[in-house]
Design a protein around this ligand. Structure first.
Ligand code: GLU
Length: 416
């Protein structure tokens, strides 16, 4: 296998591993390796300078045996159908592990969002919804934020979907701003959920988190809120990074002031009292907990050996390759896999959908309490499989997720 396998190859090899361990029959294995639907569209919009821009849009719907398709939309320059398929597959297992009634999907728009104006991004988002309209909906497929999309993007999605329907449908998308039906706590949910898992893993492994050092790669919505939540439980955040590079401060840094610095200067680097590091150096720093919260394929056979953390919690989707997984297992590094660690986002998306369907709005404390309950339950469900199978956590999580989806498919049967 090459140094950086494609996300789809990784997802398929993970599925194979879980299916073999679960002794799933060939038919089920084949069914689960193929998405139910892949849609690609070409989106033409007027750019600010009067020219026409043409962008590719993708939505892959993997499986919906346990409920409507669910998953984010990312805006990323070279996102491919293969990458989106892998991410949709991860969503299917993630929703099953979190035990929420959704299947898995993912969307992608090939664009460098930093190069478009707000108006251009709005046009692009609305165009995406108009072209995907017949495949979306609160009981079909419910989008949400992912890389380089946010609550504003979701507001445009909800508005476009609602206008095409002729009435307001807040439950058609999650991760919306609170004033139009978003849930309190959704923005922080993924980052908070990661730290719930870290807490749970520390308790189970007899690790003390008070004063533990945490390094976080990625300072977007997920990385930032993971940093805040880590600080809240008494950890010391020693390093953070964004796409331009990172900073390291062994005495600990304050995520809020780092964010203010980033907003002021446009970069996280050159922060007073910290040493500049590259994104690769950050991964190899001396720390107790490492949280990759950026891109796929960051930890490979090339650098897994150099990682000094005792625990790695995958806030990003697919940051670790299977070879790196094996190295961690041999080195007894506790790896909390993406499909468990970052499931807090989709869990609160589920709460948002329920609130929209029932026309309710729950207070933040209720959302946070329910999130913690769900994350703890999911963590312990995975741990039960790990103990039974004497496996690593990724294998345990995959077996739980794939097993639940396979059971649903078997119960539904094949028609016609
Ligand atoms: N994009 C997020 C994820 O990868 C959230 C998906 C959702 O809320 O539907 O889990």
């Amino acid at each position: 296998m090459s140094q950086k396998p494609s996300p789809l190859n990784v997802a398929l090899s993970q599925l194979k591993l879980a299916s073999d361990k679960l002794t799933l029959d060939d038919g089920l294995q084949k069914m689960l390796s193929h998405p139910k639907r892949s849609i690609t569209v070409s989106m033409d919009i007027h750019l600010g300078d009067g020219s026409v821009g043409v962008f590719n849009g993708i939505r892959v719907q993997h499986w919906d045996a346990r409920g409507p398709f669910k998953g984010g939309i990312r805006f990323y320059p070279d996102v491919s159908v293969g990458d989106v398929t892998a991410l949709a597959m991860l969503m299917t297992w993630k929703c099953a592990i979190a035990d929420i009634p959704f299947g898995g999907a993912k969307g992608g728009v090939c664009v460098d969002s930093k190069k478009l104006s707000k108006l251009e991004l709005e046009r692009l988002t609305r165009r995406y919804v108009s072209l995907m309209f017949e495949y979306l909906g609160p009981h079909r497929d419910i989008p949400a934020p992912d890389m380089y999309t946010d609550a504003q993007t979701m507001a445009w999605i909800m508005d476009t979907y609602s206008q095409l329907k002729g009435y307001r449908v807040p439950e058609s998308v999650t991760g919306k701003p609170v004033e139009i039906g978003g849930s309190w706590g959704r923005i922080e949910a993924t980052g908070r959920g990661v730290i719930h898992c870290v807490k749970q893993a520390a308790t189970n492994n007899g690790l003390k988190l008070g004063g533990a050092s945490v390094a976080i790669q990625g300072f977007g919505n997920v990385g930032y809120h993971a940093a805040v939540a880590a600080q809240e439980i008494g950890c010391k955040v020693v390093a953070v990074s964004d796409s331009t590079g990172g900073i390291y401060c062994p005495d600990g840094l304050n995520p809020q002031t780092v964010l203010a610095h980033k907003e002021q200067t446009g970069s996280i680097q050159n922060y007073q009292g910290c040493k500049n590091v590259t994104n690769q150096e950050l991964l190899e720093l001396q720390c107790d907990v490492l949280i990759p919260a950026a891109l796929e394929n960051q930890i490979t056979s090339q650098n897994a050996d150099k990682i000094k953390a005792k625990m790695v919690a995958e806030a990003a989707n697919g940051p670790t390759t299977p070879e790196a997984d094996r190295i961690f297992y041999e080195k007894e590094i506790c790896l909390i896999p993406d499909i468990l660690a970052n499931s807090g986002g989709v869990t609160v998306s589920y709460f948002e959908w329920v609130q929209n369907l029932t026309r309710e709005q729950w207070p933040l404390e209720v959302v946070n309490r329910k999130l913690e309950e769900k994350m703890t339950k999911a963590f312990n469900d995975v741990e039960a499989v790990v103990a039974r199978e004497e496996s690593d956590m990724r294998t345990g999580a995959l077996m739980l997720g794939v097993g639940r989806v396979a059971n649903a498919i078997k119960t539904l049967g094949l028609w016609p």
